[in-house]
Write a protein that binds this ligand. Structure first.
Ligand SMILES: Cc1cc2nc3c(=O)[nH]c(=O)nc-3n(C[C@H](O)[C@H](O)[C@H](O)COP(=O)(O)OP(=O)(O)OC[C@H]3O[C@@H](n4cnc5c(N)ncnc54)[C@H](O)[C@@H]3O)c2cc1C
Length: 261
């Protein structure tokens, strides 16, 4: 049986380990924390939202990002200090702008498929993650925002996602606590919300039941590979171990780039 190491116990690593184990592979997860889902997958916006599949690669994002750099309370802040990685990342970001439409449609398709898998796995493994299937409502204060969303809806529809325009009155009946004045909105009935930490931990229990070895508290310090094998060196706070595998999947979040390099 092929032995695969998965580095990282966030939602990406745990779902990867789950699908590999179901395919009959011998899987080991390395996670530096004592439990799964203790970094980005600890808490997020809670959205299972195919309606947010619009990719960010367009000039408006860049203009918005530059304006936000003047506001300390911006929702997203770019540190202007240059580095080779940051410059090459921005170059790749700009180079992908011509694929904005195609990539948005493909991302919607991928999001719908991912959502179906997550629902199915939660049901198969009996995971309660506070799933609420009540749809997601996007709200717009002006015509320009609403018109842009209307164009995005066409791209999402090409990927198989239905979301419908709603008037301010309909918005208030969908979400009675909504206050203020709006131009209009878009409602995606098939979207939902849930707790990423509960989901990932529930699936982490499921992989253990399926025989996956979970090396919690193990920090991977070195990776190497040749054409047929891979070696994982890890440290558990007391001793360093080196194991041999047939393959490695790196799901280490912000740590992935350094490990993959
Ligand atoms: C503020 C915010 C809101 C968000 N809202 C949403 C939302 O509403 N809906 C949505 O779908 N997505 C949302 N996201 C994105 C989503 O939460 C992340 O994409 C997802 O959690 C990333 O999971 P991951 O497994 O890739 O990374 P992580 O959860 O960060 O997992 C990586 C793991 O690798 C481990 N690791 C790293 N290096 C090593 C090493 N050397 N050795 C061993 N282990 C290591 C880390 O400890 C960590 O547990 C949001 C993100 C943020 C930041």
């Amino acid at each position: 049986m092929k032995r695969i190491a998965v580095i990282g116990g966030g939602i990406t690593g745990i779902t990867t380990a789950y699908t590999l184990a179901k395919r009959g592979l011998d899987v080991t997860v390395y996670e530096k924390h004592r439990y799964a889902a203790m970094e980005t997958s600890f808490a997020n916006g809670g959205q299972l939202s195919a309606s947010n599949a619009e990719v960010w690669n367009n000039w408006q994002t860049i203009i918005k990002g530059m304006k936000w750099m003047m506001h300390s309370d911006a929702p997203l802040l770019v540190n202007p200090k240059p580095s080779w990685h940051k410059l090459s990342w921005f170059a790749e970001f700009i180079a992908a702008i011509p694929q904005y439409e195609k990539n948005t449609t493909e991302t919607a398709r991928l999001a719908i498929a991912a959502r179906d898998h997550l629902f199915q796995w939660a049901q198969d493994e009996g995971i309660d993650f506070d799933l609420k299937k009540q749809g997601i409502l996007h709200i717009y204060r002006d015509k320009a925002g609403f018109d842009h969303a209307s164009n995005v809806s066409k791209l999402l529809a090409a990927g198989g996602l239905e979301r419908r325009p709603v008037t301010p009155e309909e918005m208030k009946s969908i979400e009675p606590t909504l206050a203020g004045t709006y131009y209009g909105g878009f409602y995606t009935e098939s979207d939902s919300t849930g707790d990423i930490h509960k989901f990932t931990n529930g699936l982490a229990d499921a992989i253990q039941r399926r025989g996956v070895k979970t090396n919690y508290g193990h920090t991977v310090t070195e990776l190497s590979a040749d054409a047929s094998s891979a070696w994982v060196t890890s440290f558990d706070g007391k001793e360093q171990t080196r194991e041999t595998y047939d393959g490695v999947v790196i799901c280490a979040g912000v740590g992935s780039r350094a490990l993959a390099a």
